[in-house]
Design a protein around this ligand. Structure first.
Ligand code: ATR
Length: 271
């Protein structure tokens, strides 16, 4: 019998997850389908209980449901500390996970860049920054979180300090901060369509040994990544974070390693 998977969110029409997961299921010959469902926070509990009752294989959660889910499912320690859930599994009750940070880690490490022991500058202090900061701190990086609203960076770094090394500051001295780091991660919305000229830093702020990872993937090559290339730094595009967070969810649900290239192709075809 066909096993159903899905992503819940609102808005949800433009999600690339159905294309990505359905391509993986097809490639592996698995009798499974993945669909997008528009669900509001007030309906999340009913939607999850309904999905479990109907034998869904698992669901992803996106905006605005990731935090709400903590009140409903049993979160694993990482999702609990991040304060957000993007993957729900139904095998043992309803368990919640967060694969966003590991998605970023795999996207960076496939370029032969090590997280462990690196100095990582995360710019931004929203949901994506939280997931990446907790994951990378657990993985042994030395984290600096810099944010336009400095207090938010300080608050987040205090929380992250419980699992690893982290400090928080503002973004005024971005060049000095970049001078001291190996990996720069943009977790702000700067550079995203339609404001494609926005960037947290320019080539003048960067050095050759730097790796720059932009979680913005719309456009794929952001202004920040163009600047990184100009500086001779390594530039890593953000779509692989989406692919790998999905791949990690796929493994949690099915125990099967999905075909990464097939998923990547499905995501890029949508551009
Ligand atoms: P997400 O949950 O996707 O990470 P978010 O919670 O909306 O998104 O966070 C957006 C981040 O981008 C915030 O850190 C925000 O900084 P503030 O906390 O000061 O608002 C940052 N950001 C957005 N626009 C920015 C800009 N023009 N310059 C610098 N930072 C910006």
């Amino acid at each position: 019998m066909n096993t159903v998977f899905g992503v819940f969110g609102d808005p949800i029409a433009h999600s690339k997850s159905p294309d990505m997961h359905n391509a993986a299921f097809r490639e592996l010959g698995m009798e499974c389908t993945y669909h997008a469902f528009r669900v509001s926070p007030g309906n999340l509990k009913d939607a999850l209980l309904g999905a479990k009752a109907m034998g869904f294989g698992g669901v992803n959660l996106t905006v605005p449901l990731k935090q709400e889910a903590l009140k409903i499912v049993d979160a694993d320690p990482l999702a609990e500390s991040i304060g957000a859930i993007n993957t729900v599994d139904f095998k043992n009750g309803m368990t919640g996970h967060n694969t966003d940070g590991i998605g970023a880690k795999r996207a960076i490490e496939e370029h032969d860049v090590k997280i462990k022991g690196s100095s990582v500058l995360i710019v931004g202090a929203g949901g994506a920054a939280r997931a990446i900061a907790f994951q990378f701190a657990r993985d042994g990086a030395n984290i600096t979180i810099a944010n336009r609203t400095e207090q938010k960076a300080r608050d987040l770094s205090m929380e992250v300090s419980c699992v690893g090394l982290a400090t928080g500051c503002g973004i005024d001295n971005i060049k000095d901060l970049i001078d001291d780091c190996d990996i720069l991660v943009n977790c702000t919305t700067l550079g995203m369509k339609p404001n494609t000229e926005g960037t947290i830093a320019t080539s003048r702020d960067m050095h050759k040994d730097l790796t720059v990872f932009d979680i913005v993937y719309n456009p794929l090559e952001t202004k920040l990544l163009k600047e990184a290339k100009e500086a001779g730094a390594k530039a890593i595009t953000g779509e692989m974070m989406l692919v790998y967070q999905g791949a990690e969810a796929f493994k949690i649900w099915t125990g099967v390693e999905p075909p990464i290239e097939v998923m990547k192709k499905a995501v890029l075809e949508g551009f």
